[in-house]
Design a protein around this ligand. Sequence first.
Ligand code: AMP
Ligand code: ZN
Length: 472
Amino acid sequence: MGLRVFNTLSRLVEPFEPLDPAGKKVGLYCCGPTVHDFAHIGNFRTFVFADIVRRHLAFRGFDVCHVMNITDVEDKIIRRVNESAKTLAEFTDEHEQAFLTDLEALGCLMPDERPHATKFIGPIINLIKKLKENGIAYHANDGSVYFSIEKYREAGNRYGQLLNLNLEAMRPGERVSSDEYEKESIADFALWKARVPEDGEVFWGSPWGEGRPGWHIECSAMSMELLGPSFDLHLGGEDLVFPHHEDEIAQSEGACLQCDGLRFVKYWMHGAHLLVEGKKMSKSLGNFFTLRDLLAKGSTGREVRYLMISAHYRETFNFTLDNLAGAKTALGRIDECTTKLRELALGQAAEPATDSPLVTHFTEAMDDDLNVSAAWAAVFDWVRDTNRKLAANELDTPAAATELANWEHINSVLGIESVEEEVPAEIVALAEERQAARKAKDFARSDQIRDELAAQGWTIEDTLKGPRVKRT
Ligand code: AMP
Ligand code: ZN
């Protein structure tokens, strides 16, 4: 049947057909972090969701370009920079590095492009110029440039595509300079914010004087610059539907850069929020977790990832420390099964089987708007069945290698890293002896040991942290 996804634009599950006439290339944009603090596990639920979408598209043969922006200029960041003795770049670099480390610990693939708002000031200014030329942006007395929702509507556009809005109940004309989205009113919004004393040294020159871009325009400019004026998929957390994504549509379609009949974005997908112990995460309630908090409590990135992808992305997910313990148990069952298969497969290479129930059921489930519950059911049915076959000695080496290949194939979507096998003491001793031989430049002996290890099914990899022994 092919992949189907829920499109926030139509509020329907639709077949996924990319814009590329060859049906191969897919442009995916997910709003990235605002790098002002450590991201919390709620933020990471959204990024893990984007990672799963990207991985499943690749699994289905699409050639994905995954873009995740880094918001490195915005009200909160400026406030924090001014409180610290750091420059904007020093402050945001530090937080971005921490974010990427956490993203990696959660088994997420690095997005292909990570554009920074501060490196796209030129395209942002050009986009605002275009909106001014089209008569839907205006330079106000306070020096800022605003988007006029009224003019946009008068030009025949609809404001309120992702969400049914009651425009009459809104406050037209009110100008909101804050880009902290929880505070943003439904009204004209700033595209370019005139420099104010609180901005300190954070400003750029523009045709409208010194200032900085608004948050919404950053995403319109960066996504269209990297993926073209029309692209396939735009993702984010549900809180971004309005106003951020609605404003992205207004700005991008208001600039009229799309070809006839094409939208700015074909499919919008939004991930539901993560709650902690049934409540909204908040520092004052003491239920605000960063990944680092959980790692310090002894959890692993793969356990947190498992938990995040155990619920459907459109369902609010309740995070508890108890269900994190459940994730450990579930992963333990998978690890036990794959470890036994690995022992039996003796490093033999194999292709996934075309008729594997695991692969077929998993693919059907994920194609159905990422139905992870059914996908996990397929995984655990397979674990049960494989354990039974292992216990009954029904699997020989090639069969075990094929089962392992089936698992690895679907795990390219789940992204659950395999556990490191414990290395027996005699193998460690041999590896250490080889290291000593190499130090003494006795290469004949070191080669001999490497061959001995290979004969027993172990390889030595020279890594940055020194030699590492692993199963061949
Ligand atoms: P921010 O860094 O605040 O711009 O947020 C980055 C991403 O995290 C956005 O896509 C938000 O929608 C998302 N997000 C924020 N809070 C949560 C939450 N509790 N659960 C899931 N996603 C969230
Ligand atoms: Zn965005």
